[in-house]
Design a binder for this molecule. Structure first.
Ligand code: PGA
Length: 250
């Protein structure tokens, strides 16, 4: 891995205050591996408490509103996330795109707002199974990248490639398909940002677990993982962080 590996847990709508003990344990694992960047995106209700305690890992949001404040019932803005101690946010997760109808333009506006508030951004892209079966996976992902990446520059940006059909299903693409997609995403990043596009980490996400992390993280241009289910316990998430550390140590 040429760039620092970035292993991020997406807790989705999981986690109560009692779960903070898992986050503490994950933070201790992160402290043991200073060469790996570790993050957790808990539900908004836990961001502040988790960020107060985190020493070695970054805490982030799972989504953010594009406006800094206003009459948007139920939404959370980037300055609010930053104020609560978040250092990054996920934007454009497929569950937001499909369940909340978020367009590429919406995702781009969120990414711009997050960076304006000083937050790192993990911008998610990925094709559906029908799109892959139709041979359109790379075209779909390329369209999402061109439509949703902020145009101002690559600073603080990571991309997560998450095939929709691999999320929460236990199915993962072949190593060859992951390699081909990450190569295509890198080419798009360089087309959009020039040389700076080479420094953007491209995470793989979708059914990453302790058993497959090493193989997936070993693929060229896979700069880390965005992990759902397997990030919920320190035990399974630690194995993924460990796999990343072993790969850089060789
Ligand atoms: P999963 O979720 O690891 O449970 O498949 C990944 C994600 O949605 O980010």
């Amino acid at each position: 891995m040429a760039l620092r590996p970035y292993i991020v847990g997406n807790w989705k709508m999981n986690g109560l205050r009692a779960t903070l003990s898992e986050a503490r344990a994950i933070d201790r694992v992160a402290a043991r591996y200073p060469a790996v960047d570790v993050g957790i995106a808990p539900p908004f209700t836990l961001v502040h408490a988790m960020a107060e305690e985190a020493q070695a890992m970054a805490v982030g949001g799972q989504d953010v509103h594009a406006k800094p404040s206003g009459a948007f019932t139920g939404d959370i803005s980037a300055p609010m996330l930053e104020d609560a101690g978040a250092r990054f946010t996920i934007v454009g997760h497929s569950e937001r795109r499909s369940l909340h109808g978020e367009s590429d333009g919406d995702v781009q506006a969120k990414a711009v707002a997050a960076r304006a508030a000083g937050l790192g951004v993990i911008l998610c892209v990925g094709e559906t199974e029908a799109e892959r079966d139709a041979g359109q996976a790379e075209a779909v992902v390329s369209g999402q990248l061109h439509g949703s990446l902020p145009k101002e520059g690559a600073e603080g940006l990571a991309v997560a490639y998450e095939p929709v059909w691999a999320i929460g299903t236990g199915r993962v693409p072949s190593v060859e398909d992951v390699a081909a997609m990450h190569r295509a995403i890198r080419a798009d990043l360089v087309a959009i940002y020039g040389d700076a596009g080479k420094g953007v980490r491209i995470l793989y996400g979708g059914s990453v677990n302790a058993g497959n992390a090493s193989e997936l993280l070993g693929v060229a241009d896979v700069g880390g993982a965005l992990v759902g289910g397997a990030s919920l316990t320190a035990e399974s998430f630690a194995a993924i962080i460990n796999a990343a550390a072993m790969l850089i140590e060789g």
